[in-house]
Design a binder for this molecule. Sequence first.
Ligand SMILES: *Cc1c(COP(=O)(O)O)cnc(C)c1O
Length: 332
Amino acid sequence: MIDLRSDTVTKPSQEMREMMAQAEVGDDVFVEDPTVNELERYGAELFGFEAAIYCSSGTQTNQIALNIHSGPGKEVICHEDAHIYKYEGGGLMRNTGSSVRLLRGERGMMTAEEIEEWINPDNVHLPVTAVISIEDTFNRGGGAVYDFEEIKKIKKLAEKHNLPLHNDGARVFNALAENGIDPKTYGAQFDSISVCLSKGLGAPVGSLLLGNKEFIHQARRVRKAFGGGMRQAGIIAAGGLYALKNNVVRTKEDHVLAKKLGEVISKKDWALEVFPIETNIVVVKVENVEATLSKLEENGILGIAFGKSLIRFVTHLDVDAGIINQFEDLKI
Ligand SMILES: *Cc1c(COP(=O)(O)O)cnc(C)c1O
């Protein structure tokens, strides 16, 4: 089976498993796990942040960040298709009691100009605008990459209104592989970034939340309250550390493969349209999602339903150019 449902399906390599097996561990709730501490230090430094916290998932890092930035009676500004709103089980409302202002925009992109309109003035009728949250790359936008110039404008706007800027950077390395921006320059635009280690990087578990010392201190408290304090987490953190050190450099390969895949798919009768491919996500419009997916599965290929008439394929560490031949030969 070629599994292209998500870049989360990767399995740890032998070398990664060895690092995990040998990891030094301690109790991370006591901040005494040397491997977790090393992962947090490494991740924070990479993006020029003061501190980081290792969490069980990208949903958890986003939820913790927004719990700190927002609250009851307050409001998060994000895109209507943002993961933090659409795919986190209503967590923003459930965990934080926060209101949301949902903006529209092509392929998940919001502009500073559009955002400014929705920053509420001080008026008792209105929720208090608390944070702006972007997502780079944007999943529902087919892995679209934010224009870095626009990010800088959004940051300026956030500063002007004294608002924090959060980035759901589950696939931030896919963005950086395309925009060519140095991680520290990029990191300087944000007050917090959530970074997934278990997507294209191939670690089995976990995400990092980056922020300043005070923010991460608060995040430790929130993580505990959300039931996310882990003990000898160095076992899994070692996979994340290995991933950061070894697998970031190859991210671009996934993008090259995704583009090739898109070209092959666009010649197929069942593909009504292939959306622009910027990173590792290929979104294809089809007549009948269910029927196409099951025919693909009969031919050893897994994709995932991505809304009405859309199928998503994601390239990752565990697939190679062999998938191109498989798609070329495919007759469904
Ligand atoms: C995968 C993903 C997350 C986090 O997902 P988890 O499965 O909770 O790790 C967050 N944001 C985006 C955009 C994602 O694609």
